[in-house]
Every structure is written in structure tokens, then in C-alpha cells.
Design a protein around this ligand. Structure first.
Ligand code: ZN
Length: 364
């Protein structure tokens, strides 16, 4: 594999090739963009290319260095990823990196460090890493890979060259879902359309229940089920989601460690941070549920107007879509979903938002 293996990322790949050609490789690079679009693969390929014996703008895949990379045992390339259940990159890991970075590479032009999910460095780790990034040893290349660049300290971001990765084409996602997950063509098409170019989102839609849940809510509203009952079911689901999210966040923060050394002020700050993280993740989940509902009413509207199945997102739901007598109130329903999103973003109580929404959706 070389850069050719990276799909749909023409701009970042061109930038990387140019850097190698001109031999102007910065010490710090920050690869950012949606998850599952090829950032990690690009980091691997860059590490391979800068150390390739052929010294071209992409790895040759044949030389000893390239083969070592492909076997994951190149002595000058180190990949760091979040560890343990909490999935943090702890300060100890960064201390090792700092020490290693001061040494000459064993056998290659560059010593490369790839930080997967770099945003998982806790604050102490980020501060330690910053020192190295401020005065980087000449032959060290740090590639930070993240979906959330803003979680990193601004001082880290400003010392890296930012390389932005974009979304994937729907066709690419369809083929990946089929190859990697064995998804049926019809489902893969629907999920790819709804996922809007994000592979991670596509995988979540394929593997979580949320799409099924929300399409079923739309169906039950159509069949005249009481909006009150629907709202109650949905609130139960939200409670479960909240518990899941809270335990994920707690596990992550626990391993950031150092709790016994915290001053009361620090402790308060830590609690607030935990609460903020739970809220943010939960809101993301809730908004995704709303989005799925919106795609359904959008499909009702589009299909009623055009009769063209190719323009529908949820293409695996054609039977249900065809059973719809007409666009009905789809436009008004989309507006109701948009209003609900707006209310959630303004921190209006979720229960109230969804109760109002389901009542509006149920109106004939
Ligand atoms: Zn090579």
C-alpha cells in the first residue's frame, strides 16, 4: 500500500506528497477530520514514505524499511494509542516519547511518532508533550491524529501544521460497509446516504439501534400511536443512553488519575468537566436520533415530489415509503424536528422537547 490506498482524500495526500518532494517536512503534523476517513492510514503511509529507501513522494512498498512498516516492526516508528478501559494517553507514555525523541533514529532518516486519538492525551500529558514540540529534536516527526482538534491545547495546535481530512463519497462508504461488515447492498446504501460521508457515523448507524428506533417511532406516529406513550418510551431510552455515556466518561476520567492529590478547587473543576463531557456526548446522541427522524420525513417529501427512489436516503425502507398516502404534513414535521433541535441546543429540557415534538408529529 502507498498513498494510493487512501480513498477520497486528494487534497491532504497532495500536500503530503509535496512536503516529501520538497523535503520540507515539519516536526509536528495534526491530521484532523471526521473519524474513519483515512487519517490513520495516511499517517502510516507518511511514516513509511519518509523512511523509504527509494526517497520518492510515496512509499515503494518493496524496500526493507517499507516491509518493516507493513509488518508493524519498524524500530523508528512508534504508534501511541489510548490505553485501558478509560482510553487515555497518560503522561507516562508522553514521557517515554520525549525521551525517545532525543535519540537518533536507529536506521532511518526519521523517528516517527503517531498519536492515534491525540485528543485522548490528558492535560498533564499535553503539557509534557508541548515541551518537546516547542523544541523538537531535528529528526523527529510527530503526527497527531484526531477528530476533535479543539480538545488539544491551542499551544499544541499552533505548533503543528494542520492537515484537514474531509468526508468520504457515499460510494466509498457503501463498498467499505460491504467489504468490512458484510452489510447487504440495500442497507449499506441507506446507511451511507444517512451518514453523509462519515465512516464512523455509518458504522454507528449500522451497528447501533438508533436508526431502527427512530424509523419505528415515525412508523408508530403514522399508525396513530399515542404521542404520550411514545415520549415515555423515548425518555426511557434516553435514561439508558445517559447511564452508558456516564459510565464511559467516568472510566475515562478515573484513569487520568491523581485524584488523591487534587485540591478542593481542582476536584470541583474535575466534576464540572465530567458533567460537561457527559452532557456533550449525550447531546450528540440525542441530536443523531433527531437527525434520523428528519431523514425519514425528508424522504417522504422527496419521494412524494419526485417518485425517484434514487433520491431517497433510507432506500431500504421503500416499502414503508410507498405505503405513505402522500407527503401529508412532512414539511411541517421537518420544521418540528428542526425546532426540537434548536430547543435542545438552547438547553431546554429534553423531556419537554420530545413530548412537544411527538405531539406535533402526531397532528394530522
Ligand atoms: Zn520503500
Amino acid at each position: 500500500m502507498s498513498f494510493e490506498a487512501i480513498r477520497d482524500q486528494e487534497v491532504p495526500v497532495r500536500l503530503l506528497r509535496t512536503m516529501i518532494q520538497r523535503e520540507r517536512i515539519p516536526n509536528g503534523l495534526l491530521f484532523w477530520g471526521p473519524s474513519g476517513v483515512g487519517k490513520r492510514l495516511a499517517a502510516q503511509e507518511l511514516a513509511k514514505a519518509v523512511n523509504c529507501a527509494e526517497r520518492k513522494d510515496s512509499a515503494c512498498d518493496v524496500c526493507l524499511s517499507c516491509r518493516k512498516m507493513d509488518h508493524g516492526n519498524h524500530p523508528d516508528v512508534k504508534t501511541l494509542a489510548p490505553m485501558k478501559k478509560s482510553r487515555v494517553i497518560p503522561v507516562e507514555t508522553v514521557e517515554d516519547v520525549n525521551e525517545l525523541a532525543t535519540l537518533h533514529p536507529h536506521e532511518s532518516p526519521w523517528r516517527v511518532f503517531i498519536f492515534q486519538e491525540a485528543d485522548r492525551m490528558n492535560l498533564a500529558a499535553q503539557n509534557h508533550f508541548l515541551k518537546t514540540l516547542e523544541e523538537p529534536p531535528g529528526q523527529s516527526l510527530f503526527i497527531l491524529v484526531t477528530e476533535f482538534p479543539r480538545v488539544l491545547l491551542p499551544t499544541i495546535r499552533s505548533r503543528c501544521q494542520l492537515i484537514r481530512f474531509g468526508s468520504l463519497r457515499a460510494e466509498t462508504i457503501v463498498s467499505l460497509l460491504r467489504e468490512q461488515r458484510g452489510a447487504p447492498e440495500e442497507t449499506a446504501r441507506a446507511v451511507a446516504a444517512v451518514a453523509q460521508g462519515q465512516m464512523s457515523r455509518a458504522l454507528d448507524l449500522l451497528e447501533s439501534e438508533k436508526r431502527e428506533v427512530m424509523l419505528s417511532v415515525a412508523g408508530q406516529i403514522g399508525e396513530g400511536k399515542s404521542p404520550n406513550a411514545l415520549a415515555e418510551d423515548f425518555m426511557k431510552r434516553l435514561e439508558d443512553l445517559k447511564k452508558q455515556v456516564a459510565s464511559q466518561v467516568k472510566a475515562r476520567l478515573q484513569d487520568e488519575g491523581g485524584a488523591e492529590e487534587l485540591t478542593p478547587d481542582d476536584r470541583k473543576q474535575a466534576e464540572e468537566r465530567e458533567e460537561a463531557m457527559v452532557d456533550a456526548l449525550l447531546r450528540q446522541e440525542v441530536l443523531e436520533h433527531l437527525y434520523i427522524l428528519e431523514t425519514w420525513y425528508r424522504d417522504v417529501l422527496v419521494y412524494a415530489a419526485t417518485g425517484d427512489a434514487n433520491r431517497v436516503f433510507n432506500q431500504d425502507q421503500m416499502a414503508r415509503l410507498e405505503a405513505q398516502p402522500s407527503a401529508g404534513n412532512a414539511e411541517r414535521r421537518i420544521e418540528a424536528v428542526e425546532r426540537a433541535r434548536d430547543h435542545l441546543n438552547r438547553f431546554i429540557n429534553e423531556e419537554r422537547v420530545f413530548r412537544d415534538l411527538f405531539f406535533t408529529l402526531a397532528e394530522r
